[in-house]
Ligand binder design. Structure first.
Ligand code: UDP
Length: 240
């Protein structure tokens, strides 16, 4: 299995919004089930897998702040939303695939999940568990994209996979512009200077500092996560 891919340890980042599927709020059964399958396929390849899910399907700090909730409180509420998503994914992965998982939260919540302890997270991976990181960075004014880049750096991941609605980074919005072309490869600095909407700037900078390639691919194509780790299928790689 190891020959199938050159990646040994990766982090998958998905937005909370992706979990909505066709629902207005919360979680879509089909999306959760497909995500579990995608994770299982990569786990079966022998890749050590970590996962970060956003919270946009539940609460976004910025949106709540404009409704009158003080910004840092709104952000903590947003982080709690990512814990809810992490628990949903943990449960579906374990029930559907039987693969053991651990949720580790940047905000300690002893009755619900483990606190994030780096060396313990690595131990879980070595034992073949999928580790789901919750509560982002644990700090307001950050995003789960940045949390994902931070954890990928701390864990020594050799790639950060960003699952999005489209199959890579385009020169323009492919839904609006028929001439939009997908980049196969981009530099970190190009993404930053052209303000290409991939991940926020602090996430890109962190990945750049740690020399972790970001691989952008579509979460809609079944099997795409495993394929991109074999270098197949459409995707964009952001690297030096
Ligand atoms: N958040 C935060 N610090 C973090 C990560 C997340 O304060 O390190 C809050 C922030 O309010 C954000 C919300 O949690 O709006 C949900 O995360 P995010 O918007 O990144 O989710 P996504 O867009 O990936 O669904």
């Amino acid at each position: 299995a190891a020959a199938e891919t050159r990646y040994k340890r990766v982090l998958l980042k998905m937005s909370g919004e992706a979990l909505l599927g066709d629902s207005q709020f919360g979680h879509d059964r089909k999306v959760l089930s497909q995500l579990a399958e995608e994770c299982a396929a990569v786990h079966r390849m022998g890749v050590q897998l970590t996962v970060v899910i956003g919270g946009g399907n539940i609460i976004r700090g910025g949106t709540l702040a404009s409704a009158g909730v003080e910004r840092t409180t709104a952000d903590y509420m947003g982080m709690l939303g990512t814990v809810i998503n992490a628990l949903a994914i943990q449960s579906v992965i374990e029930q559907q695939t039987g693969i053991p998982t651990r949720v580790m939260s940047a905000i300690p919540m002893a009755a619900v999940c483990e606190p994030y302890i780096r060396r313990r997270a690595i131990r879980h991976l070595e034992k073949g568990r999928i580790v789901i990181f919750a509560a982002g960075t644990g700090n307001p004014f950050f995003t789960t994209d940045t949390g994902a880049a931070l954890r990928a750096a701390e864990m020594g991941c050799d790639a950060l996979l960003k699952g999005t609605q489209v199959d890579g980074v385009y020169s323009a919005d492919p839904k609006k512009d028929p001439n939009a072309k997908r980049y196969d490869r981009l530099g970190y600095l190009q993404v930053l200077s052209e303000d290409l909407k991939v991940m926020d700037a602090s996430a890109i900078s962190l990945a750049r500092d740690s020399k972790i390639p970001i691989i952008v691919f579509s979460v809609h194509a079944p099997g795409a996560f495993a394929r991109v780790l074999k270098g197949e299928g459409p995707h964009t790689i952001i690297a030096e």
